[in-house]
Design a protein around this ligand. Structure first.
Ligand code: DUC
Ligand code: ZN
Ligand code: ZN
Ligand code: ZN
Length: 458
């Protein structure tokens, strides 16, 4: 096996921060220490650079059938773009089709991902039709290493389950020690507001935003949290965007309940003023929508208070041609935005370099906490002996800018076009291989492995 020594970098993990060498043998980290006296096949000098665990993005939608089309990044293009931005592992959502089994859905997703992924990946199982048959399949999925089950409280008729199904799902998932994650917005209320806006001829992207006010998310987050408290299941809210929803979680902590919270990079950095233009606002049509400046402040504070443990992306890209399906009606714009490639550099530049979070907090929310919550720790999510050698080397001062002309995602616009960032991820290692160096991918389609996950250890 070949060995690789990373020398003199500032190695940051969730619980340590200091200059140290990292020795890798094959796919694994085998030694850590100051001035390691070893001969390695390859040496990388990381003087002046930060060395951090490879990113884990636990919320991506690759090659997903949705709103009459498919998200435009495949498991190949999406995981390659992720690697370019320092994300070495992603968790993608398998969607059960209502009336069909979980197994069928898993087989379909395996068919699209296997042999195609460049970076490592795992699956969540979205349960869109909880019934006696589905119930019997939960333990089978856990045995496959799929230990998180997603519920949608919105998208009625396609993905949404009702509260009766939610209780049943939580009870069954709890029996197997697994996790329920949720898209927490009130689907019936949103559908009503969408119908009212359409009836009034209010059809621009702005009305996507106005059809999903903060209360639709706060209400569902509170309801989910209450049902989770009753059932005692491990619970996680995906893409939480706003003050009202986070306050529901804050309230739950007062009765000593723990609910994990993920926000996404866009909700920290972008706001709803982007919808106050013509159809260009479709670039940011996603669900939930972007919110207000006060919500951004709540989310940054929530990260530092430990109420928000994860920053993901909800990466769900669509080509401009696909977005135009909703040119005459906002409700037909495929929901989602591209971010898988830039989550880490955006958060580093706007978070660490602007003093909003520490480097260690950055590691927690981009990698370690997701590894623990989703049962991959300590194989993933840290720099430790025996862990997979998934690392990023960051030049904290190097400036660069974001553009669709240079990104690697399969989408013909950028939601962050022209943004100037400070801090560049220069080298990315995945299981001991240099996966990206100086903007060049060094591993091929098929290098990415399916990661079987265990139970939450947080
Ligand atoms: N929201 C999106 O914007 N896209 C995919 C699914 C979702 O819930
Ligand atoms: Zn079927
Ligand atoms: Zn969602
Ligand atoms: Zn999503």
């Amino acid at each position: 096996m070949s060995s690789l020594l990373i020398k003199n970098g500032r190695v940051v993990t969730a619980d340590s921060d200091g200059v140290c060498d990292v020795l890798i043998d094959g796919e694994t980290i085998v030694a850590l220490g100051r001035n390691l006296a070893v001969q390695a096949d390859q040496v990388i000098d990381a003087t002046g650079k930060l060395v951090m665990p490879g990113g884990i993005d636990p919320h991506v939608h690759l090659d997903m059938p949705f709103m009459g089309t498919f998200s435009s990044d495949t498991h190949e293009t999406g995981t390659r773009a992720a690697l370019h931005g320092g994300t070495t592992t992603v968790i993608d959502f398998v969607l059960q089709k209502q009336g069909h089994s979980l197994r069928e859905a898993l087989t379909e997703w395996q068919g699209r991902a296997t042999g195609n992924a460049v970076g490592d990946y795992s699956f969540h199982m979205a349960v869109t039709d909880f019934n006696e048959q589905t119930k019997a399949e939960i333990s089978e999925m856990v045995a496959e290493g799929i230990t998180s089950f997603k519920a949608f409280m919105a998208y009625k008729g396609a993905l949404m389950i009702d509260d009766a199904q939610m209780v049943g799902l939580m009870q069954e998932v709890k029996k197997h020690g697994a996790l329920v994650t949720v898209h927490a917005t009130n689907g019936d209320m949103i559908d009503t507001l969408v119908a009212q806006h359409r009836a009034q001829g209010k059809l621009s992207p702005l009305y996507h935003y106005l059809s999903q006010p903060e209360v639709t998310e706060a209400e569902a987050s509170g309801r989910f949290t209450d049902i989770a408290n009753y059932t005692g299941v491990n619970a996680y809210i995906v893409h939480l965007t706003c003050e009202g929803a986070l306050n529901q979680v804050r309230e739950a902590t007062r009765r000593n309940q723990r609910v994990f919270v993920e926000t996404c990079i866009q909700y920290l950095l972008l706001d709803a003023s982007l919808y106050e233009q013509d159809f260009d606002g479709a670039k940011w049509v996603m669900s939930p929508p972007l919110r207000e400046k006060k919500d951004q402040q709540t989310l940054w504070a929530g990260i530092n208070q430990g109420l928000v443990q994860v920053v993901g992306t909800d990466h769900c890209p669509f080509l401009w041609e696909q977005k135009k399906l909703g040119e005459k009606d906002f409700s037909k714009i495929p929901n989602g935005h591209p971010a898988i490639e830039h989550r880490m550099e955006l958060l580093f530049s706007e978070g660490v370099n602007k003093g909003r979070i520490t480097p260690q907090k950055f590691v927690e929310v981009t990698s370690t906490n997701a590894a623990k919550i989703f049962g991959m720790f300590p194989r993933k999510g840290t720099i430790g002996i025996g862990a997979d050698a998934d690392l990023v080397i960051i030049d904290p001062e190097r400036k660069h800018s974001i553009s669709a002309a240079t990104h690697h995602m399969n989408v013909d616009y950028s939601a962050y076009e022209g943004w100037e960032l400070t801090g560049k991820i220069e080298t990315v290692l995945l299981r001991g291989q240099v996966a990206v160096h100086d903007g060049q991918a060094k591993v091929e389609k098929g290098y990415g492995q399916f990661i079987k996950r265990g139970k939450t250890s947080f």
